[in-house]
Design a protein around this ligand. Structure first.
Ligand SMILES: CC/C=C\C/C=C\CCC/C=C/CC(=O)SCCNC(=O)CCNC(=O)[C@H](O)C(C)(C)COP(=O)(O)OP(=O)(O)OC[C@H]1O[C@@H](n2cnc3c(N)ncnc32)[C@H](O)[C@@H]1OP(=O)(O)O
Length: 285
């Protein structure tokens, strides 16, 4: 019998393969659902933190655990998507950064660093089915993947300067891994949110389709490209492209954390964030 061991069902829980329907849950929490298609071996990770999948400590932790679950279950690839019809992810949860408690702020940023390193450095092929808006941290998740497909009439980009904050180096590096330098610099300095059409034009997304199902199918097609490629050779090749960015953060994690805390707790950053949040709340009324 072909057995899959699910880390989050406990080390001793064995799930018999083929006794389940084609799509099978590997692990799920209140905030994430990880399902694998037994035929293709490709996993779909659905973010499910209504209303906007803002990334708080718990969601970030669940995303990281899910990526690790997909890897340890030897999935052939991982697709990130959202349970919302209009938002992929609204980026970092402002409530983690606005008037924060220091210990929680530290755990939050450390979880973001770990999640990014796990996703950006994952050995398995990764793809994002962007079925809604993807500002800031939402864009970071998408650009950390190897392939992106997006639905029309949404927006994506690193908008930090619009909020009065600065995207850390590793956010920029994820952008630069996808966009030409000049485009990335112009976009970052303006805090530009690209429409789906603009994003495709500059290469921030690879394809545009009309439905979430088509987006998942496109991601599966992308992951299928590696069917005949030795996974070890593929993973090492990917690693060579990304290792400098990963090492840069790995070697400076504490410094990056301290810079974040200093920047976020600065009264002028707090004032800018407070005003931005106020505006967001007014707009949503
Ligand atoms: C080394 C480091 C050195 C220095 C670093 C310094 C700083 C560090 C940088 C930190 C990096 C931050 C990156 C980020 O990710 S910041 C987050 C940026 N996100 C945004 O700007 C998105 C804001 N949201 C929106 O634009 C819209 O909500 C969105 C288009 C996503 C969806 O619109 P929609 O109309 O569908 O929903 P809304 O009605 O606007 O929202 C519904 C409720 O959700 C609340 N909301 C939205 N976004 C967030 C969020 N990111 N965090 C928390 N809450 C959010 C919104 O206020 C509504 O709430 P209610 O009014 O209903 O209570």
């Amino acid at each position: 019998m072909n057995i899959i061991r699910s880390a989050r069902f406990g080390a001793s829980t064995l799930i018999p393969k083929n006794c389940w329907s084609v799509v099978r849950s590997i692990s799920s929490t209140e905030l994430t659902k990880l399902e694998v298609n037994d035929k293709t071996g490709i996993a779909v990770l659905t973010l499910n933190r209504p209303p906007v999948n803002s990334l708080n400590l718990e969601l970030l932790t669940d995303i990281r655990n899910s990526i690790k679950d997909a890897e340890s279950n030897k999935c052939r690839g991982l697709i990130l998507t959202s349970s919302s019809n209009s938002v992929f992810s609204a980026g970092l949860d402002f409530l983690e950064m606005y008037q924060p408690k220091e210990e929680r702020l530290k755990s939050f940023w450390t979880a973001l660093q770990s999640t990014w390193m796990t996703l950006y450095g994952s050995k398995i092929p990764t793809a994002a089915a962007i079925n809604g808006h993807a500002p800031a941290g939402g864009c970071l998740l998408a650009t950390s993947c190897e392939y992106r497909v997006m639905l029309p009439k949404f927006t994506i980009g690193l908008n930090e300067t619009l909020i009065g904050i600065v995207a850390p180096n590793w956010f920029m590096n994820s952008y630069l891994n996808v966009l030409p330098r000049r485009v990335a610099e112009l976009a970052l300095t303006q805090g530009k949110m690209f429409t789906t059409a603009e994003a495709q034009q500059v290469g921030l997304v690879d394809d545009v389709v009309n439905t979430k199902e088509e987006a998942i199918a496109k991601c599966e097609e992308f992951i299928g490209l590696f069917k005949k490629i030795n996974p070890y050779a593929r993973a090492l090749t990917k690693q060579q492209f990304r290792i400098n960015h990963l090492q840069e953060l790995e070697q400076n994690r504490e410094q990056d954390l301290q810079a974040f805390i200093a920047a976020i707790t600065n009264p002028s950053t707090q004032a800018a964030m407070g005003a931005y949040l106020e505006n967001l709340k007014k707009r949503s009324k």
